[in-house]
Design a protein around this ligand. Structure first.
Ligand SMILES: Cc1cc2nc3c(=O)[nH]c(=O)nc-3n(C[C@H](O)[C@H](O)[C@H](O)COP(=O)(O)OP(=O)(O)OC[C@H]3O[C@@H](n4cnc5c(N)ncnc54)[C@H](O)[C@@H]3O)c2cc1C
Length: 448
């Protein structure tokens, strides 16, 4: 992408967000400083800055009343890692860290996964709807689109190897109202561009026959047979157990606090359980990945948090529909997310959601009555569903870059650092493919 000169970028950003904005070219990435009146304005400014072609946007804009969050340390203090050396240290025990650990277990490398929590998948990897997306929804040309389609193909055989359940019910994007089916040719074009594995047009009658409980105002559907589902936390744990069985070490309650960089390389990692060294460091720290990058002096991106709330319906509700279903409105076309719908769990529940709300809070899982009401509209897709079948609800937080794409690359500034950041949806679906590429980068650095 063409890089817009900083003077021109500054003029455009100030015109829109006020004269207090101080954009700077920081070694090729765009750093935003100054003050904006609201959180929404901060996020909008970040998105606008991402269109200027720089290598990442660091958004340090201040918002009155919103403070920087501090990384909370686990209470444990011991010297379990003091003086140790590992060929590879992976920061983060989510699905990305676990999948990478399993990939690296194939190599003659000593590998450590550091996780600040007491277990795996405590954050985003345990707080999502477990859908192995088909790859249709991601914007063409993005890393999200490419990794999603590759990951979708890898999950089914992987689940067989890991001994966990994987189902492929397929996904229906239902046309609402008489005119919405005119979008079909555009949908086909996008599915082709993303190399999605198959699609079909379903007429109104076909949809009614396959899904008798579907909303009466349906006008057929775009069917994507490759969409699947699995349990995201079982998958993360199974990946990690497989890695551990093959020699990878996991250290829980272990928070990376700082890194010592010498001669352009990470020389030491300081944790609450001691300081150690590693040949290669992988940043798979989810919503904290920008903070971890900063520890190595490589903060070329900021993450913003997009919270999503989901409803969990009774285990019997899965018997009332056979496919994953969504019924997007035309207004959602420009939305940053897929808009949500009804997803099936492997166990037989229906999940309704997720919502998508920008708000500060890397680990803020609070929900609101307004969000729960917002999700009620998804229940209407299936006439057999109602709020009385909701047994629980939860929220998760998507770590998003301002480019709204994954950051999967070797650091440009620190020779032995690799980033897997901004892994928002479809990060779960993409995980096996992301892990394969990360492993290749790690092995390349370790060999050099
Ligand atoms: C509501 C919702 C629904 C979603 N639905 C889907 C879906 O259906 N399909 C799909 O493909 N994707 C979905 N996603 C996205 C998917 O969940 C994420 O892309 C994926 O889980 C990200 O995994 P991760 O390993 O990068 O991050 P995480 O799971 O957040 O793991 C990062 C880990 O790093 C640890 N960590 C951070 N800092 C440190 C430190 N300093 N020291 C030690 N440890 C540290 C954290 O404690 C955390 O456990 C959804 C997301 C949300 C929020």
């Amino acid at each position: 992408m063409l890089v817009i000169p900083i003077a021109k970028a500054t003029k455009k950003l100030r015109e829109r967000f006020g004269a207090s904005l101080e954009p700077r070219d920081d070694r090729g990435s765009l750093l935003l400083e100054g003050t904006v009146p609201s959180w929404d304005a901060k996020i909008e400014a970040g998105w606008a800055a991402a269109r200027f072609g720089y290598h990442g946007v660091v958004n340090d804009l201040m918002v009155p009343g919103v403070c920087d969050e501090a990384l909370e340390q686990p209470p444990l203090r011991d010297g379990a890692l003091e003086g140790a050396y590992f060929d590879v240290a992976i920061v983060g025990g989510g699905v990305i860290g676990a999948a990478l650990a399993r990939e690296l277990a194939r190599w003659e490398l000593s590998v450590l996964v550091l996780e600040k929590e007491y277990d795996l998948a405590v954050h985003t990897s345990g707080r999502n709807d477990g859908m192995i997306h088909d790859g249709f929804a991601a914007s063409p040309g993005t890393k999200k689109a490419a990794y999603n389609v590759r990951g979708n193909r890898l999950w089914e055989p992987l689940c067989r190897e890991l001994g966990i359940e994987f189902k492929r019910p397929g996904s229906l994007v239902i046309f609402r109202g008489r005119t919405s089916a005119i979008a079909y040719p555009l949908m086909v074009a996008r599915a082709k561009e993303n190399a999605v594995d198959g699609w079909e047009y379903w007429s109104r009658a076909r949809l009614r026959a396959e899904e008798p409980n579907v909303h009466p105002d349906q006008h057929g559907a775009f069917f994507l047979p490759s969409a699947g589902v699995l349990s995201p936390y079982k998958a993360t744990i199974a990946l990690a157990e497989n890695a551990a069985a093959n020699g990878v070490r996991f250290s829980f309650d272990t928070c990376l606090l700082s890194m010592g960089v010498e001669g352009g390389r990470v020389a030491s990692l300081r944790t609450n359980r001691g300081e150690f060294r590693a040949g290669v460091v992988v940043n798979a720290a989810g919503n904290w990945a920008d903070v971890v990058a900063g520890m190595a002096g490589d903060r070329f991106f900021s993450l913003h948090q997009r919270c999503g709330t989901e409803l969990i319906l009774d285990i019997n509700t899965g018997a009332t529909q056979r496919h994953i279903m969504s019924m997007p409105s035309l207004l959602q076309v420009r939305s940053k997310t897929k808009g949500g719908g009804l997803v099936l769990t492997p166990e037989g529940n229906v999940l309704a959601g997720p919502t998508a709300r920008e708000r500060p809070g890397r680990e803020d899982y609070s929900t609101s009555a307004a969000e729960l009401r917002e999700l009620e509209r998804h229940l209407k897709i299936n006439t057999k569903l109602s709020l009385s079948q909701v047994i629980s609800y939860f929220a998760g937080v998507r770590p998003c870059s301002y480019e709204e794409d994954f950051i999967i690359e070797k650091s440009r500034r620190v020779a032995n650092l690799v980033h897997a950041a901004g892994i928002q949806s479809p990060g779960l679906a993409s995980a096996p493919a992301i892990a394969a590429d990360l492993a290749a980068m790690v092995v390349d650095i370790a060999a050099g």
